[in-house]
Structure formats: C-alpha cells, structure tokens
Write a protein that binds this ligand. Structure first.
Ligand SMILES: Nc1nc2c(ncn2[C@@H]2O[C@H](COP(=O)(O)OP(=O)(O)OP(=O)(O)O)[C@@H](O)[C@H]2O)c(=O)[nH]1
Ligand SMILES: [Mg+2]
Ligand SMILES: [Zn+2]
Length: 356
C-alpha cells in the first residue's frame, strides 16, 4: 500500500501519540501534571520497579522497590497481560515497571511483571470478564460470620474452589463469636469440623473481645495475605486490631438488613508492623469460577477429588453414576452432605455459575 510511504503524511506513531494524549485529556481533564508525566516518560523511558499497593481503576499507588517511596501512577495505553480478559489490567500485589520524570509526582505504569498467582471475583456486569482482586499472594484468608451477617456455605465453598483453582492456600476465620447463641455455636463447631477435616485451617475469633487474635497474628506474620469476605464481617476491624498503627474505616452493619455497607471500596495493601502485608478488600458477594469446566469441578473439592479415584468410572461426575465412591463416602459420613449439596448446586446452577 504505497500511500503509507508518502512522505507528506503524518507519521503513524505520532498520530497514535496524539490520539493517546487526547484519551488522557478525556480521562483526566486539564491535569498538567499527568500531561507532563505522559510526555516525559515517552521521551526518556526511565523504568523503575514497584509494588502496587492500591488500585482504584484509574489511579494506582506504587511502592518503589528501591526507595520504598509511594508514588501515584496512571496507566499508559492498554496493557495486555497473560491473556486474561479482566476489567482491571493492574491489581494490588502486582509488580510493575513504571516511568517517572524527575520533576513529576505522577508515574506511568508501563509493564506488569509476570504474576505468581491471582484471585478473581465476579465482575459487576454480566459479561464473562473477570476482576482481579489481588495478585502474588501467599495465602487467601476468608472471614465469615455465622450471623450478623450470615455467610452462606456456598459462598465459602466458591471461595475455596477459587483458591484451589489458583493453588493459593486458603484459611477460614469465623468472626464475631461473642455474638453467637448456643445454636449458632453448635453450627460454628459443625462447620469448623467439616472444613478442618478437609484440610483447611480454621480460626474462631472475636475482634470485639480480642479472642484468638494472637493466632491470627502468627498466621499473617511475614506473609502476603489477602483477606476477603462479605461486607460487615469485620475484615477492616481485624486489621486495625492487629496493627494499631493502621486506622482503616469500619462501620456498623445495618440493623434492618443485618448486612454490611461496603465500607471498604478498593482493595489496598498494608505493611504490617509484625512483618508481612495484608490486602484488605471490599466485601464481595461472590468469586468467579470462569475457567472451571463442569466435569472438572470436583477437582477443586479436595476431599471429593481424593475419594473419586475409587469411583467405578474414571469420568464419574458423582451425580447419577453407579459405583460412585463419593455417594458411599457421604453415607459413611466421610464426605459432608453439606459440601456435596454445594457441589451439586454449583454444578447445575449455570445461571449463577459466573455471577453468584
Ligand atoms: N460484636 C462484634 N462486632 C464486630 C466484630 N468484628 C467486627 N465487628 C463490627 O462489625 C462491623 C463491620 O466491621 P468492618 O470491619 O467494617 O467490616 P468489613 O468486613 O471490613 O466490611 P466491608 O468493608 O464493608 O467489606 C463494625 O461495626 C465492627 O465493629 C466482632 O468480633 N464482634
Ligand atoms: Mg472493610
Ligand atoms: Zn463418583
């Protein structure tokens, strides 16, 4: 196509640059700081490494790997990462390369380095796009409550499936034990028994009465942990108690709905004085299970997976097949009925599979 070589035409890369300037202007308005940053980075291409500690979708806080200084950054252009279709290209916990000019306060993220792992939650829209909650984490801690608000076990199981799928060790904290009546305590013990037997470490805490907080401190020490759970279960309150230097916003749950108010709105990573980092996340309703095929779902229920080797058919889905070892294990009380019901619910619930 000869016209591309016409010397009178505007150079393509300059056009692209101008177009990007236009987009930046459209997104951030007349912010001269961002304009300068954008132009300078393009010119000098100085790249530094840093850790993303906060992401709002349009702004990011990056902790410089060398100086430890926190720099606020924007993204330049489109970042394509490991073929994941996600609504957010950069997540808390990501290691990034960013550029910043000498006299600027704002940097530009240019690359996201390879992720060790990541955990996703369902997107707010109905598309199959995922939202990455956090990346490069050592463990995922799920905080749940038997009441005020009640966390449903299907939510717990979806979280555990997600963690299994991404090979991230998962732990469960049952909080607000100070509020439980006898019946609720009985249910608490039942659940702890079920999840502990599968191999998940469980903790029963009261942030209010400081019960078992020392155990949580040892759990979090020197690790990068994600803390997730429904709104109002006490995630931010726990972090405040563990590290009195942090002062995260918390709020009473609504009496009427007995549910949280989504006080934490963006995932943010905090350095703990005991060593390690914790990522506080907004209360979420569910976790995405996008990549999991129905016939593979049981792989992410470790107790079902272990026993499935004894099923008569190697491709047994543990629903109707004769000679199913899982059915037998449920009768014998080795596999919990509750877990199996959640397995079936997730297996057959196509509608909520990507959305719950
Ligand atoms: N009784 C009792 N209340 C608690 C406990 N832990 C937290 N709370 C209260 O529960 C409410 C919600 O706590 P938050 O820490 O804001 O909850 P969150 O999980 O961070 O909620 P989101 O940020 O909305 O996701 C606050 O009023 C806390 O004081 C507990 O162990 N016992
Ligand atoms: Mg919170
Ligand atoms: Zn089977």
């Amino acid at each position: 196509m000869t016209y591309l070589h016409n010397p009178g035409r505007v150079n393509n890369s300059n056009l692209l640059f101008l177009f990007r300037l236009f987009l930046i202007h459209h997104k951030y308005g007349n912010n001269i700081e961002i304009f300068n940053t954008f132009v300078a980075v393009r010119k000098y291409d100085i790249l530094k490494k840093g850790l993303v500690t906060k992401s709002t979708g349009s702004w990011y806080l990056v902790k410089d790997s060398e100086t430890g200084k926190i720099v606020s950054c924007i993204i330049r252009g489109k970042l394509r990462i490991q073929g994941i279709k996600s609504t957010n290209p950069v997540a808390v916990g990501d290691m990034v390369e960013y550029g910043i000019s000498e006299n600027s306060e704002t940097g530009v993220i240019k690359n996201v380095l390879n992720r060790k792992n990541y955990i996703v939650r369902k997107s707010t829209n109905l598309s199959k796009q995922t939202h990455i909650l956090a990346a490069n984490i050592d463990q995922a801690v799920l905080m749940v409550t038997i009441a005020y608000p009640e966390t449903y076990t299907i939510f717990i199981d979806r979280f555990l499936i997600t963690a299994e799928a991404y090979e991230i060790p998962a732990k469960i904290i049952f909080n607000k034990t100070d509020l439980y009546n006898e019946k609720q305590n009985q249910y608490l013990n039942e659940l702890i028994n079920i999840y502990h037997n599968i191999g998940y470490e469980c903790f029963a805490t009261s942030v209010k009465n400081h019960t078992n907080i020392d155990k949580i401190k040892s759990l979090l020490k020197n690790k990068i942990s994600l803390i997730a759970g429904n709104s109002g279960v006490g995630k931010s309150s726990l972090i405040n108690l563990i590290d009195s230097g942090l002062d995260l916003k918390t709020s009473e749950i609504s009496d009427y709905h007995k549910s949280g108010k989504h006080t934490t709105t963006f995932a943010e990573m905090y350095a703990l004085s005991i060593g390690g980092y914790i990522i506080d996340t907004p209360g979420i309703r569910g976790f995405g299970l996008h990549d999991i095929k129905n016939e593979e779902l049981f792989h992410f229920f470790p107790e079902i997976f272990r026993i499935s080797k004894n099923c008569k058919y190697h491709n047994c889905t543990h629903v109707h097949e004769p000679g199913c070892a899982i059915k037998k294990a449920i009768e014998e009380g080795i596999v919990s009925q509750l877990r199996y019901e959640n397995y079936l619910n997730i297996l057959f619930d196509d509608e909520t599979k990507h959305r719950l």
